[in-house]
Design a protein around this ligand. Sequence first.
Ligand code: GLU
Length: 464
Amino acid sequence: MSDLRVRFAPSPTGYLHIGGARTALFNFLLARKEQGTFVLRIEDTDVERSTQESVDAILQAMDWLGLSYDEGPFYQSDRYDLYKSKVSELLEKGHAYRCYCTSDELNAKREEATKSGGHPRYDGTCRERIDQPDAPFVVRFKTPQEGSAAFVDRIKGTISVENAELDDLIIQRTAGNPTYNFVVVIDDAEMGITLVMRGDDHVNNTVRQIPMYEALGYEVPEFAHVPMILGADKKRLSKRHGATSVMDYKVMGYLPEALVNYLVRLGWSCGDEEIFSMTDLIDKFSLDNVGRSAGVFNPEKLLWLNEHYIKTGDPERLGGLVAELLEGQGVVVSDGPDMASVVKTLQERAKTLVEMAEGARFYFEAPISYDEDAATKFLNAEKRGVLELLIKHLGALADFTFEDVENAFKAVMEESGLKLGKIGPTVRVALTGGTVSPSIYDVVTVLGQDAVVTRLQKASASIS
Ligand code: GLU
């Protein structure tokens, strides 16, 4: 166990999106690689927008991706007493003050500042105020006016901002609820976080948070800000660029390992390697190879990785997943052929589990009708003879292995004088209803003798 403590701190205001998942993944990988601790904290102080449904969705997506955590989930909504005591502490120490400015006053000042070309920020009216009128107030942090907040980002290098450029941030609103930048500092410090890794949209928050650590007497952790993920048009990733919810990818038939492999490469590299298992990643991941520029989301590459993991996946496991999908569509798979064998016939051609389920359907459901063009071409009076021969030879087999099936076809070819190229399409239409399927011997073998003979008989009977 090392001293490294990292965290993922999502706000439960929606599903887990691609960017959040990558932040979680990087934290997880670093914790596992360095045998540190990965903490999950749910930042639910925005009561209006936080929902239990979102919490559940985030936990479910992390679980699906295999991102296990060691501590938590901790909920900020359970920690209000702590935050209140820290507000009092800052007020007592003179690091915070009550601000009675009304929003009208603040708006007017802001407008004026903008008009005169200045920076619209709080002008410090209540900073030195000592009276305590009986009026609503917020609590503001007294940002030091001299010096600068500087830190060495583990990814971006030194970042520094003059304190004079920073506002006196509100740390407690009129209703008494604490604000994001304040509670994050308390939580990261109290949870002993040694490295705060998050999206680089938080760099501006970090420079505001550092003086708060100092005022509260906390040690300032290290920071690592991960570059954004952009769409192909170099705009911030949004729904326009494709699905952004992690779980949408599950629904679209992606494997979690494909998404993990894809996400990690959005910002991190290891030579020109592209394929990484979770074990590889835990072994190889390091912040040294996280780039400074934004990653560009490329759905085709994600699909390519998914195809790779489908091709190389364990048929038993993929079979379970495909069965789940088919059952979800009302297909009864329990009395059909063995799922792993079905999967093996489809692994070479499917890019997603959804495609695989689509391709597997005929194994469990006999065709109700035949593709019209295909039937005209391949299930006509001319083909009746060969169908009868197939029924005879396949029906007579005592065993139904691939070789037995192959031999039965050879016998049919001999007896009919037709090549496989002439027989195959007829069998395919009879068994699947259409002209596209895995290799015909595989289909016949996996489908099994009873189903094959029944379907051939039905096809033969359909010929008028
Ligand atoms: N709750 C913040 C968010 O979801 C993250 C805060 C942080 O990582 O410090 O954007």
